[in-house]
Design a protein around this ligand. Sequence first.
Ligand code: LLP
Length: 418
Amino acid sequence: MKASILVKKNKNFFIEDVHVGSIIEKFATPSYIYSKQRITDNFKNFEAAFKDIKHLICFAVKANSNLAILNLLAKNGAGFDIVSGGELRRVLAAKGDPRKIVFSGVGKTSEEIKLAIETNILAFNIESEDELSRIQEIAKSLNKKASISIRVNPNVDANTHPYISTGLKENKFGVSEACAFDLYKRAKKFDSISIEGIDCHIGSQITDLKPFEDSIRKLIALVDKLELEGIKIKHMDIGGGIGVSYEDEKTIAFNEYAKVVATLTKDRDIKILLEPGRAIMADAGVIMTKVEYVKKDQVKNFAIIDAAMNDLMRPSLYGAFHKILNVSDTTEKKLNFDIVGPICETGDFIGKDRMMSIEPNNILVILDAGAYAMSMSSNYNSRPRLYELMIDKDKIHVIREKESFDDLIKGERLLLES
Ligand code: LLP
């Protein structure tokens, strides 16, 4: 299992070469903290695993869309999987290469489609018949060709949380294989559409190779069928979804995954696209938070921290587990704690039933918060969004300022007296 970015050396905690204490001295808690080294390592390890296969890694921007992070990945050669005009503009602002962008999502608006066509992205991952027609129309009106893949819903069970499972026939994503076959034949007739690839994404936090294997097999069968119709598929986008170890669960090794992909696609002239998000970012980030109060009761003990569900929604939304470490010295004996935020909701918890020694003012570190933490955050309870800090060896870079009260009320107006 991979070590955390938070490393203990002689009773002191470090992220890369920076002492955690020095981060707390300079910046307010709570804050998101990332390790540049870990992001780069994760990306490079993914690249290395697929080195013998023609491939492109399109980082799923929704996992973490901070400009500095996108820029870092772009510099390392990453492409991007986007799901909105906002994400497209972020990638461009971070100097990402438009020719390495794929655009997924069931609800692309006309405005977003127009922007993406004008930007010359690599491919739209089309999720419905209506979307195909709309893209054809818009491309025609712009006098351009739009490159497309059809997102196939292969109806495989990814064995993950139902909220993040996407490849079952009852899910809203993609189209069935039969429908995809018909859509490709329609697309072939459209003069403003250029067929590039085929796509699927079956879910997230997947810890078993079997569902990937099953869905790739189905995609290949369809590619072969299309070939007989004279439709050449140049790339196969197999989506993201590789899980990480939040609670010491066993996960998929990148090279094992690559081996399966290589075996299933050997002897074929097809480029493989991948859309990992979590696997690149999750373990590269933490949230540092302070204990405000400790509340001991006959039935429950609560550690009330200054981070909350608006900063990390995963526990509240999916019952997700994140390791929490106390990096302060404590003398209190270990008790069973619920680690909760100050938000006025019972669902506002970060960890439940943790045997820990905790005192007020202790600093806790929530691990594996580099993916789907900041990107899913909100201002609920009028809480400003946090600093995002990037550690690079012995340096701390502010890659996003903490929000101010003015940021919070930006764009709001009082009603004028009538
Ligand atoms: N591609 C598409 C089309 C996706 O919808 C997603 C994630 C990915 C790639 C990246 O998946 P990953 O490699 O990160 O598993 N908020 C949830 C995760 C939702 C994922 C949504 N789609 C969580 O915090 O667990």
